[in-house]
Design a protein around this ligand. Structure first.
Ligand code: PEP
Length: 252
């Protein structure tokens, strides 16, 4: 059984301007012990990436972008490349969040293009997948997730994917207060590890961190982290306040 360091990641979405992001990063840095034995990551808005990276330069808290574009440069008005994200000081990037899929036309093909560009730039990708309520009710959960993993990770070798993190985020659990039950989460995470083992490599599957996301809070994190195949959490709403996010980080 691989020794996977847990990762607790906060997605700030469209919240906090530059000043608020800096103040929050400073507060988190004070609240989270420097010798904490879990990896911690925050994902501010694009405009706050550089100042937050500067503020957290000497802290154990890693900084991620919430999205990226797959091209490196050119006439792509409004887009941000993986290299630009790196140049801010970021080490991670979230790819394929369900809100990007739902509202901004993200597909498994664009996830795959972004993933390749992120890895080429040396960013650690947090690749989000998850079924909708309709898909779960239609008993298509496993089929949907398998396609998202296979298409999203297509064309990459186990060695190239060694840093990649998967985040299982059932769409119906995001921002709704409806956390998936521990049984559902463990069942899906074990399935995802098998999909990675069968489609790529057993060692990669054993080493890959699989996060759960969907209404995670300080009150349910310990129960989720106790599950064999859960290696951390991607947190939205509860990552926006110092007390709630640091409470999740200190779940043990
Ligand atoms: C998310 O958006 O990735 C998320 C999990 O949100 P929340 O924690 O608010 O459900």
């Amino acid at each position: 059984m691989a020794n996977r360091t847990p990762l607790i990641a906060g997605n700030w979405k469209l919240h906090k301007d530059c000043a608020e992001s800096i103040a929050f990063a400073e507060a988190l840095n004070k609240a989270i012990p420097a010798d904490i034995d879990v990896d911690v990551m925050v994902a501010p808005t694009f405009t706050a990436l550089y100042p937050v990276c500067e503020c957290l330069k000497t802290s154990p808290i890693a900084v991620a972008a919430q999205d990226m574009f797959w091209e490196t440069k050119g006439a792509w008005t409004g887009e941000i490349s993986a290299e630009m994200i790196r140049s801010c000081g970021c080490t991670h990037v979230i790819i394929g969040h369900s809100e990007r899929r739902q509202f901004f036309g993200e597909t498994d093909e664009t996830v795959n293009a972004k993933l390749k560009a992120a890895l080429s730039a040396g960013l650690i990708p947090v690749i989000c997948i998850g079924e909708t309520d309709e898909e779960r009710k239609a008993e298509k959960t496993f089929e949907v997730l398998e396609t998202q993993v296979k298409m999203g990770l297509k064309g990459l070798s186990a060695a190239e994917l060694s840093s990649a993190v998967l985040a299982y985020e059932p769409v119906w659990a995001i921002g709704t207060g409806n956390t998936a039950t521990p049984e559902m989460v463990q069942e899906v995470h074990a399935f995802l590890r098998k999909v990675v083992a069968d489609g790529f490599q057993k060692e990669l599957a054993n080493a890959m961190r699989i996060l759960y996301g969907g209404s995670v809070k300080s009150g349910n994190i310990a129960e989720l982290m106790a599950l064999e195949d859960v290696d951390g959490a991607l947190v939205g709403g509860a990552s926006l306040e110092t007390e709630s996010f640091s409470g999740i980080v200190r779940y043990k």
